[in-house]
Design a protein around this ligand. Structure first.
Ligand SMILES: N[C@@H](CCC(=O)N[C@@H](CS)C(=O)NCC(=O)O)C(=O)O
Length: 232
């Protein structure tokens, strides 16, 4: 039996981490039954981040490596039916979302004063009263340093959100009138696109990227479709 190690659910999302939701979708798409283990500490993953899965005693971290594991061990092709060119488009969008759009989301949640108070009170509400104010402050400082090292944190808020808006427009354009990101059926890239859209539109705080997403009826319909198919 496979066990998915995840964070506690938040904001009406199966998981506040889009990468954990991706891993969960990959398991569901591949038809693999799994248990859930909720961890508050990302150090439970073998690389100090979540998601992770445990499969026959093997602990595997990182949603993309979990995908490779499922493909290799269970012979499931997440991109079945796609041409080589379509696979390349799917790959490029997944990398854009996970490697750039993600950091805009981190800024919106962990730094922007419009998101941070709710994020901090949600994520740290279980902490003992004595440290409830200190730990969020320390983690926010770490996130700020990470964003600076990654690069996105060196830009102004307007510039950061412009990056996210352009990514969201590209997502809306590629999605077009199709039910799923690459066509009539969900494929591997939907396991990235859906969690990031849900993670943008669902939490109850606003930012310019969420405003942009709300302007695209196809993106909103896709969010409903993804929830109904994979997380109802
Ligand atoms: N590339 C990783 C990213 C996972 C990731 O960034 N997880 C975050 C939550 S969204 C985490 O565990 N962060 C904890 C930390 O950085 O200390 C994947 O695809 O799984």
């Amino acid at each position: 039996m496979i066990t998915l190690v995840k964070f506690p659910s938040a904001f009406g999302l199966a998981d506040p981490s889009p990468f954990v939701m991706k891993a969960q979708m990959l398991l569901k798409m591949a038809g693999l039954a799994h248990d859930i283990e909720v961890a508050n500490n990302p150090r439970r993953g073998p690389k100090g981040k979540l998601p992770a899965i445990r499969d026959d005693g093997e602990l595997i971290g990182d949603s993309e490596i979990i995908r490779w594991h499922i493909e290799r061990k269970y012979g499931f092709d997440f991109d079945r039916g796609l041409s080589e060119a379509e696979r390349a488009v799917a790959h490029a969008f997944a990398r854009m979302i996970e490697e750039r759009f993600y950091w805009v989301m981190v800024y919106a949640r962990w730094i922007d004063p419009a998101g941070w108070p709710l994020v901090s009170s949600t994520f740290f509400r279980g902490m003992p009263p004595g440290v409830r104010w200190l730990v969020p402050m320390m983690i926010q400082r770490m996130v700020r340093r990470t964003l600076h090292a990654q690069g996105v944190g060196r830009h102004s808020p307007d510039e950061i959100y412009r990056m996210g808006i352009l990514d969201m427009r590209a997502i809306a354009t590629q999605l077009g009138a199709k039910p799923w990101f690459m066509g009539a059926e969900p494929t591997g890239v939907d396991c990235t696109v859906y969690p990031f859209i849900a993670g943008t539109v669902q939490p109850p705080f606003d930012n310019p990227v969420k405003e942009e997403a709300l302007k695209h009826p196809n993106v909103l319909a896709y969010a409903e479709r993804g929830k109904a198919r994979f997380f109802s």
